[in-house]
Design a protein around this ligand. Structure first.
Ligand code: AMP
Ligand code: MG
Length: 502
């Protein structure tokens, strides 16, 4: 670190995290990378947060976004947190390779934190190197934008910088830095840290910070602090339930649903060994290291609930001075999860099937289809997209996607039920198809697509990143020239194993 940059001075920095007690974070200088190169710059996001349009081509911004210089005004921060990893409490984690550069306010008054991932060691790196490799950085870069395109709450990614610097993983790879953007990167684990270390007085200032900046209507609605905290936590629980419901209905598997990877804003965060379902398997495990399947696709809703229970445990001192009363309040808050989850997920499945009304038996109809796909391992995304071609008339030909289904007898029977259900609400084919195509994506970041982009990038070919970014930004619009990206993986591609190594 030998230089400061003033290029960022045009932005409206608020930097409120620096006003908090020093207990939450350490001030850290990023470690420079040699020969940094901007591999991709997210122009739409840059515009949204108020970055100058020419930042992508400005050497000073490259320097800032690679961690080679920093803003004059602020030393970056690495925050401390704890977390339950695979069910076991780990008393100290923290930003081992993430550095908060600052918080900007855009023209609409929205706040965004800019955080570098992979910019060097921090006091929380433990035995690791503070770096991130190109492979995992590109996966995070693409997937966070893919999720945004799908309408799933998520952290986002502003820039991907690569460097020839070697990084040792299973093999030697090269380094990269992603600049992530989110209103806040605070996790459940931040509260767990201060709770389990008996530093309960530090729970409230962090909660107050989050509420003031991200739940601004709450202080007015609840003058009394414990009522305000309860309202806030209830909202966090509900957001988490809705987020997981969205994961289920886009076929997203997070892979490492530890409480340190759960956002206090209900955002999808920390893209590691994630995966989108290709063939539908309810027991699908996307993380090769998750041998027991704790975070398998079908387990995600239950784990989201469990994680919420850990957040509530850690925030009990905010809810009431009497522990028994605090537990009662927490239990009532936690009880919101199952109903919000169930309501959200069923509404989303109905939308995916183009059902405009909510009728008795809809859940069974959804389950019937999922069971058929599960038994055959048939493609999740393609099947739902293809169902928009169903015609209500039982004499009409079946949708072409039928050819991809294994258990045809079961599917034909299901199709009969589905058509009957559509008739019950007088569904109109064209209108329904248009609605369904707005919620059933054509394109998701399938592993083999990410893998292909990684292979090319590792050989210095970066155009595929831009192609995917454009496609995934608007995944519901079918492009005539992009059939290959909507296809199921070629044989053998599904075997790519994704580990925690990043
Ligand atoms: P993760 O499993 O990626 O969510 O990471 C768990 C913890 O390990 C977090 O505290 C990370 O900051 C930290 N960590 C992961 N990889 C590295 C690395 N290469 N260098 C330093 N810390 C890391
Ligand atoms: Mg993490």
């Amino acid at each position: 670190m030998d230089a400061f940059t003033t290029c960022a001075s045009s932005l409206d920095w608020v930097d409120t995290f620096w006003q908090l007690p020093a207990d939450y974070a350490a001030q850290i200088e990023p470690e420079p990378l040699s020969s940094p190169r901007m591999l991709h710059f997210n122009r739409p996001l840059a515009g949204h947060i108020g970055l100058p349009a020419d930042a992508a081509d400005d050497a000073r911004w490259l320097s800032l976004l690679s961690g080679n210089t920093r803003r004059l005004e602020r030393t970056p921060l690495a925050t401390v947190y704890a977390g339950h990893q695979f069910g076991h409490f780990v008393p100290q984690l923290g930003d081992g390779r993430a550095l908060l550069l600052g918080q900007v306010r855009n023209a609409e008054g929205e706040l965004f934190e800019l955080q570098l991932k992979g910019a060097g060691k921090t006091p929380f790196s433990r035995f690791a190197d503070g770096r991130a490799v190109l492979r995992s950085s590109l996966r995070e870069y693409l997937c966070s934008e893919a999720m945004h395109g799908l309408g799933v709450p998520t952290t986002r990614a502003l820039s991907l910088v690569g460097s020839p610097d070697p990084v040792q993983r299973e093999t030697v790879e090269t380094a990269a830095v992603v600049c992530r953007v989110a209103p806040s990167f605070v996790r459940f684990g931040h509260f767990e840290f201060f709770y389990y270390h008996q530093r309960h007085a530090l729970l409230a200032p962090l909660a107050d910070h989050i509420i003031a900046h991200h739940f601004p209507s709450l202080p007015e609605a609840h003058a009394e602090p414990s009522a305000r905290y309860a309202a806030w936590l209830g909202e966090v629980i509900e957001r988490t339930a809705r987020m997981v419901a969205q994961w289920q209905t886009v076929g997203f598997c997070h892979g490492v649903m530890n409480t340190d990877n759960f956002s206090i804003l209900g955002l999808t965060i920390d893209y590691g060994p994630f995966g989108f379902l290709d063939g539908f398997r309810s027991g699908h495990i996307c993380n090769h290291s998750d041998e027991a399947g704790r975070y398998a696709y079908e387990q995600q809703p239950r784990i989201g609930y469990w994680n919420c229970s850990k957040l509530l445990q850690a925030t009990l001192p905010l809810l009431h001075d009497t522990p028994e009363t605090a537990v009662e309040i927490a239990q009532a808050l936690l009880a919101r999860y199952p109903s919000v989850y169930a309501g959200t997920v069923l509404a989303a499945w109905r939308a995916k099937l183009g059902l405009a009304q909510a009728l008795e038996g809809d859940r069974e109809l959804v389950n019937g289809l999922l069971n058929i796909l599960d038994r055959g391992g048939n493609d999740f995304t393609r099947c739902f997209r293809g169902l928009s071609q169903v015609r209500i008339d039982s004499h009409a030909p079946p949708p072409p996607v039928r050819d991809e289904i294994t258990d045809l007898d079961a599917f034909d029977a299901w199709l009969g039920d589905y058509r009957a259900r559509l008739r019950r609400e007088n569904s109109a084919d064209a209108e329904r198809a248009a609605r369904m195509n707005e919620v059933n994506p054509c394109y998701v970041l399938r592993n083999h697509l990410a893998q292909n982009a990684i292979g090319l990038a590792e050989h210095g070919e970066y155009t595929q990143i831009d192609t995917l970014m454009r496609l995934l930004a608007d995944p519901f619009v079918e492009r005539p020239d992009a059939g290959h990206y909507a296809a199921a993986p070629p044989p053998g591609a599904a075997q790519v194993e994704i580990s925690c190594s990043s």
